[in-house]
Design a protein around this ligand. Sequence first.
Ligand code: PRP
Length: 230
Amino acid sequence: MDNMTSAARERCLTFALGKGRLAQKAMELFGQLGIDCREMEDKSSRKLIFADEEKRLRFFLAKGPDVPTYVEYGAADIGVVGRDTILEENRNVYEVLDLGFGKCRMCVCGPASAGELLRHHERIRVATKYPVIARNYFFHQKHQTVDIIKLNGSVELGPLVELSDVIVDIVETGSTLRENGLEVLEEVCPLSARLIVNPVSMQMERERIGALVNGIRALLRNQDEKNRAG
Ligand code: PRP
């Protein structure tokens, strides 16, 4: 079989990218590997799936929490998503690479006065968009019994309107906390964007996925060295 025929028969590798900044950063990274997806840069487009036909790659944008779902079911071979989402969704996927961008922290935050409640393992109320992460942290790591209240956003409101004593949420610059008189009380874990892979794809497409992962890893290492030198 000549190269043309084998290339034509090669199946497309599909990527699910978490909509927004993560997807943009991921495409910048892939662009440096010669993966072309200029179509995706057209902000006015409502198109959901984009392809680099020559390299037999497809990309689609999804809500962050849905990315591990697409990857677990094999609707996407590869996903780019925050570690917070991986921990919260707890799907059967391989986490293969820390992409180094989207760095932030999952923290327990609240007014300074709530520090005492945490130290004494009081039965407090915890508002969060991440009930699984909060439960694992308080129940399994700290062995502290708490009441977890699920919210869908603007979680900092919790302590401000006395819905909860503290929150478990993402802290990036810390400005949301500062502007609302709250602070970091405990750090749960560091976060960043990760590359995840469907376990079957990992076996069936070992060579292509392996080459891609190695390419990204080498690129990240070069960037790191440059940053350190500069
Ligand atoms: C996230 C997070 C914090 C904020 C942290 O919220 O939940 O509220 O960003 O960033 P900072 O430390 O740089 O201020 P997001 O903007 O995603 O909206 P949400 O509150 O609706 O979840």
